[in-house]
Design a protein around this ligand. Sequence first.
Ligand SMILES: O=c1[nH]cnc2c1ncn2[C@@H]1O[C@H](COP(=O)(O)OP(=O)(O)O)[C@@H](O)[C@H]1O
Ligand SMILES: [Ca+2]
Length: 497
Amino acid sequence: MSAQRDMKEKNPWHTPVTIIFSVIGVIAIVALVTVAVLQNRPLPQKYKYGIVLDAGSSHTALYIYEWPAEKDNNTGRVEQTLSCKVDGPGISSYASAPWKAGKSLTKCLEQARQKVPVKRHSETPLYLGATAGMRLLNLEDSSASTKVFQAVEEALQKFPFSFQGARILSGQEEGAFGWVTVNYLDDRLEQNLQTRGALDLGGASTQISFVSDNFDGSDSPDNAVAFRLYGNDYNLYTHSFLCYGKDQALRKTLAQQTKSGPGTILDPCFHPGYTETKNYSVLYDSPCVSDRKPQGAPATFNHTGKGNFSRCQEVVKRIFNFTECKYSQCSFNEVFQPRLQGPFGAFSAYYFVMNFLNLTDTSIPLEVVTERLSRYCATPWNQVKEQHPGVKLKYLAEYCFSGTYIVTLLTKGYNFTSENYPNIKFIKKIKGSDAGWTLGYMLNLTNMIPAEAPDSPPLPYAGYVSIVTVIALLLFVLFIFSLRPLWPRCSKHPQII
Ligand SMILES: O=c1[nH]cnc2c1ncn2[C@@H]1O[C@H](COP(=O)(O)OP(=O)(O)O)[C@@H](O)[C@H]1O
Ligand SMILES: [Ca+2]
């Protein structure tokens, strides 16, 4: 008994030196782990905001973007946090009562006021960009367009945001910023990956933008936009076709068929059984078709559907001019276009129409697409209405035309073939943000995409913390071993005294 007690008392690990070392060691390890954990703990995120109003020809939409307040320059960090569709038509439709254009925006701006934290209101930039509807109004009646802008500005200034102005975007800007949006959201810019071309179909204009190896801008400077983003140079080809958005294209196609001002138009682009009385003046009330107005036409015409895809494609083709091209190659209307290259994203009305027609899957061969469209166009109007009770009648009546127009524009206009048609992806959103020009426009105006790639530390933060922890532990073990001479001697067979 007494021998055993003596052994316990003499246990060398129970000497003051080892106890002190062990305590210090445990404290050091706990402190290290605590510091590493605390340092890596996610901090409550603070956000900044930006608001863009897209004043399109058919309607206006408001988008709010947010991004972490500390890191403005990180790719893919700016996200759409709210979108609001303004009630009523596009602002260009208010030419005869401009104040209504301003008033129409207030509901969505109220929503924005609720969404953005009050303390951020005054620093949140607010932009309004108008596209082809206002371009056309400006061509037609520039003083009416000025009045609409005055009314809109007055309305926007009443909100607590930092209003940065309302203006018409050029066609090049609209195309180029759509391309920036798509590639920014796909993280293709900072990572210097192959870029995705952008196809935007609006109501009054349509844009095509892509990077092609055989395009440096020298052939056609008007179609060139140069960007330096994250240290990479891009020579972007872009073209906007005014009057080739789907609503103006429909007018042009109808106008083709009304040259002699008949009382009835038998239209292959509308379903059989569709019949409406329409005003000639409404049809020709646009600079896209006004010059074609037939002399001595009656006030109204009878618009009757015939539902025939191939005949519809024939009349649609007639709104394009394919005969002349003064460059090495053209799309249509004597517009230069380099060889198509890379993947493409098609958004806005491209998506709405192809999604309605169940044709967003581009692995469906083009022949099958046309077969399905033929069948759809030939479906009687009553049956179409029965099958889609919730769909707005104006959209529903036009999907046969719109689908035919999209296929014709892509294949005959831009020269997509069966081989490269699958390179197109019909998209609405990318990672929660709508595809469109608005995000690219805001990123550009807030200088959020740097021209040069930012320098980054050689190690990611978590890697750095782990390495420091391992090295500290190794040093600690070395330190303990360096004190070995001070360690109390410990014999395997303690002598019993
Ligand atoms: O749900 C839908 N179904 C079909 N078309 C739609 C739908 N929502 C919007 N659109 C169409 O998308 C187009 C949007 O054009 P926008 O108003 O942006 O004109 P813009 O870009 O030429 O100025 C319009 O032709 C509009 O009718
Ligand atoms: Ca648009």
